[in-house]
Design a protein around this ligand. Sequence first.
Ligand SMILES: Nc1ncnc2c1ncn2[C@@H]1O[C@H](COP(=O)(O)OP(=O)(O)OP(=O)(O)O)[C@@H](O)[C@H]1O
Length: 448
Amino acid sequence: MGASILIVDDEQAFLNSVTRKLRLEGFDDLTATPDPTAVAGLLAEKRFDAAILDITMPGMDGLEVLELIKRESPRTECIMVTANESIPLVIQAIKQGAFDYLVKPLQPDQLVHALKRALERGAMLDLLRLRQEAVRGPENSEAFAELTTANESMLRVLREAELHARSDIAVLLTGETGTGKELLARAIHKASPRKTGPFIAVNMLALSTGLFESEFFGHAKGAFTGAMTDTAGYLAQARGGTLFLDEIGDLPLELQGKLLRILQEREFTPVGKTRPEKADVRFVAATNCDLDVFVSQGRFRKDLYYRLRFAALHLPPLRERKDDIRALAEAFIQGSAHPQVTLSAQAMRRLLAHDWPGNVRELRGVIESAANLAENGQIQPEQLHLPEPAPGLFQILDNSGLEPLAEVERRHILSVYEALERNKTQAARVLGIGLATLQRKLKGYGVK
Ligand SMILES: Nc1ncnc2c1ncn2[C@@H]1O[C@H](COP(=O)(O)OP(=O)(O)OP(=O)(O)O)[C@@H](O)[C@H]1O
């Protein structure tokens, strides 16, 4: 599901040409009507992310429609279209909350640009609201279906990812290895208007300095020795879709400059050709490095970092979201060759005790291997091949019965904290959470 767009114009030819153009650009959730009086009914049925409104229409003019939309659906960004640049009307529209205005006849990409900017602004405002709201997962559960999680921080990340997905903004995904960055990049693609286009993943570690241009931009036949045919580069292969730049922190400095230029100019010229082509791709970059540190060490260009940091999402390590372990383990069993296998309670406890330096990828490997070994249909702790947990820490889980998770967590945290003579640093390490998280939780329990 991409952005939902409403188009209202009494000129049927205009409606047809706008709908055609927007469909070509990947917007497939379009509602077009020549009748402005139908808008109230449409608003009652569905929420629109953006609306394109003709200012002068018989029956009910565009300003009245704008007023109605801003009253009934204030988050819908409106773009006004006018046949003549009537300044007072335009000023009035902007005062009433319109995002932009365009004068007919429209230049080919003008409307698409305005629409994308409007959607970007809508998404940013939604993000600001989201940060103040209670956590909700993504609305488009289909696009995010492969990501198993019920963890609060993760749900927030997925919802933010969904909001960014609607625009063409470049997204930066950070997180330790195996936390699901590539999976999330694919979900962003599926939740974007580009979902029917290709998803191309490129590992920056595998790029060779001398071949960057040829690999990214493609080349013409005969451009250099061995160039036997015209060859499309990654930018052309990903046209209309998403280009996933994995391990961006490992891109050599000189190539970072070249990448920045593509991001800024959105154009490239294949090696051996003269005419530039449009870079019609959405970039999603990922790294498990700390780019702040890399920038301060001069290993990563500040300008490129700032360009990417605007829409940055961090995937927490699995040891900070142990509440996801059971659901993930069950999902991996379901997807394995032995979907009927179950997890014994002791095996589950062993999974919870482990720190998971390889994160979800490690958990997946452990579960798939154990499912093969579970001869009696149930996975036992020894089949997980994980190190023995420190003794004593799990007694509290044994006695937990059917208590709410928050209460079990509270008692577990406090027992570890007391057992370690209130040493916060050690307790945070044993619990596998950050020191700041532990301090916040202790404060919430009223404990110093
Ligand atoms: N939330 C999740 N739900 C289900 N599977 C997941 C989840 N997160 C990660 N995985 C699985 O874990 C494995 C690693 O995920 P992925 O390749 O997306 O991680 P990554 O962060 O990109 O790793 P790296 O930094 O090493 O490239 C994959 O098999 C993926 O399907």
